[in-house]
Design a protein around this ligand. Structure first.
Ligand SMILES: [Fe+2]
Length: 365
C-alpha cells in the first residue's frame, strides 16, 4: 500500500487560551549548557559520537551529568499537565553568532565540523534525559537521537519536517508505530520569520459520544511517513483506534496525511472529519523564539507547522527534536502491531533499569 497524501485545507488558526509556559531559570539553563560543553570537549576526538549520538561514552556522560543538574531543570521538563497537553519552556541562551549558518540538510547539521550544533544536541539530550528516556529510530536521520528540523531543497512540499511551503498537517509523531514517543521535545535555534508550530489537544476537542465510539474502533491503519521511505508493502497494515479513553482523559493517534480515509464507511469518515474540525478549532500556534523549548504529550496533542518560504541563505528556521519515552503503558493490542519494520534506537536505560543490563541498541519490545 502506498502512502496516502492528501491536499490539506489551510488551517484557520483561532486564538485560544495560550499554551502553558514554564520558566527554565537562568542558572539552570546555564548549567545545562555548561555540562553540554564539558561533554562535547570530552568527546571532541570521537567523530562517531557526533554522527549518531548513541556512542556508549556519550550516553554514560549524559546520564551522569543529567542526574547532577539542578532540580529546576527536572521541574521545568516534567510532562505537560494541562488540558492543552503542551508547554513552552524558556529558555536556553542560544548565541546566534556562534551557531553558524543553518545547514540545508540534516546530514550537514550532524557533521563533526558543526561544533555548536553538537553542543546543542548534547544540551537537548540532557534536557530530554531529565524528562524520561530519549530514543531514536534506525530508519530516521540514520538513527540519530537528536533530529535536525530544517527546510531542505527538493522537499518543500512533502509531509515531513524537511518541508516548508505547505502546511505540515497536524499529526501524532510516528503515529504508525506502537513504540512512538510519549513526549516530544522541540528546541528552537533559529526562527527569523516567526513560523508557527501548531498544537491541538484532544482534551480540548468537543466530541459527542457517537463520534467517540466510532473513533475508538480500529478501522484504518496509519502508514509510516515519507521520512522512513515509501514502500511498506511487505507489512500488513494494522487498523488502529484514533481516539481512546485514558485514565487522565482521552488519548489520540492521528495522522490524516498517512491514513487511507477513503477505505472507511461514510459514518466513520464523518466522525473523522468532525475530529479534524475540532482539532482545527482548538489549534494553538506556538511561535518559538531561539532558545525556547516546546514539550508536547504525544498521546494528547497533534502538532504541525504553518507554511513558510524557505530562505536557503543560512538564516533559515532550525529546530532540534528529541523523542522521549516514559514509564507509561499503552493498550496491550498495540504490542501485536508490526511497526512496518521500523526499529527504535534505545541506548539509555529506561526508568529503573541499570545501563549495564541492556544492549546499546534495542529494537521493538
Ligand atoms: Fe512531527
Amino acid at each position: 500500500m502506498k502512502n496516502v497524501l492528501r491536499e490539506r485545507k489551510t488551517l484557520h488558526l483561532e486564538k485560544l487560551d495560550p499554551i502553558d509556559r514554564r520558566e527554565l531559570p537562568e542558572e539552570a539553563a546555564a548549567a545545562v549548557l555548561c555540562r553540554a560543553e564539558e561533554i562535547a570537549v570530552t568527546l571532541a576526538e570521537s567523530p562517531a559520537a557526533h554522527r549518531t549520538l548513541d556512542h556508549p561514552e556519550l550516553i554514560r556522560l549524559v546520564d551522569t551529568h543529567a542526574a547532577a543538574l539542578p532540580g529546576a531543570v527536572r521541574t521545568a521538563l516534567r510532562p505537560p499537565d494541562t488540558a492543552a497537553g503542551a508547554t513552552i519552556i524558556g529558555r536556553l541562551p542560544v548565541d546566534d553568532g556562534d551557531l553558524g549558518p543553518t545547514p540545508r540538510d540534516w546530514r550537514h547539521a550532524a557533521d563533526p565540523a558543526c561544533p555548536a550544533s553538537f553542543r546543542l544536541d548534547i544540551a537537548m539530550l540532557l534536557l530530554a534525559r531529565c524528562a524520561g528516556e530519549p530514543f531514536g529510530w534506525q530508519g530516521q536521520q540514520s538513527g540519530r537521537l537528536v533530529n535536525n528540523i530544517l527546510p531542505t531543497p527538493g522537499h518543500e512540499d512533502e509531509q515531513s519536517g524537511a518541508s516548508s511551503t505547505i502546511l505540515l498537517s497536524p499529526h501524532t509523531e510516528d503515529a504508525f508505530h506502537p513504540e512512538r514517543a510519549h513526549l516530544l521535545l522541540l528546541g528552537c535555534l533559529r526562527n527569523p520569520d516567526r513560523v508557527g508550530t501548531t498544537v491541538s489537544s484532544i482534551r480540548q476537542a468537543e466530541l459527542d459520544s457517537d463520534t467517540r465510539r466510532r473513533l475508538a474502533e480500529p478501522v484504518l491503519p496509519i502508514l509510516p511517513d515519507v521520512s522512513y521511505g515509501e514502500d511498506f508493502s511487505a507489512h500488513r497494515p494494522a487498523p488502529v483506534p484514533t481516539v481512546a479513553p485514558g485514565a487522565a482523559g482521552p488519548t489520540l493517534r492521528y495522522d490524516p496525511a498517512y491514513t487511507p480515509l477513503d477505505d472507511a464507511d461514510p459514518e466513520y469518515r464523518c466522525a473523522y472529519g468532525h475530529l479534524g474540525s475540532e482539532l482545527e478549532r482548538t489549534c494553538h500556534r506556538a511561535v518559538l523564539e531561539p532558545g525556547e523549548l516546546l514539550l508536547m504529550d504525544n498521546d494528547v496533542v497533534v502538532h504541525g507547522r504553518v507554511p513558510f518560504t524557505p530562505r536557503y541563505d543560512g538564516t533559515d528556521r532550525w529546530l532540534k527534536r528529541v523523542n522521549i519515552r516514559l514509564a507509561r503503558r499503552r493498550a496491550p493490542e498495540e504490542a501485536r502491531e508490526s511497526g512496518y519494520g521500523q526499529v527504535t534506537v534505545r541506548p539509555f536505560p529506561a526508568a529503573g533499569e541499570e545501563i549495564s543490563n541492556r544492549p546499546v541498541n534495542r529494537g521493538m519490545q
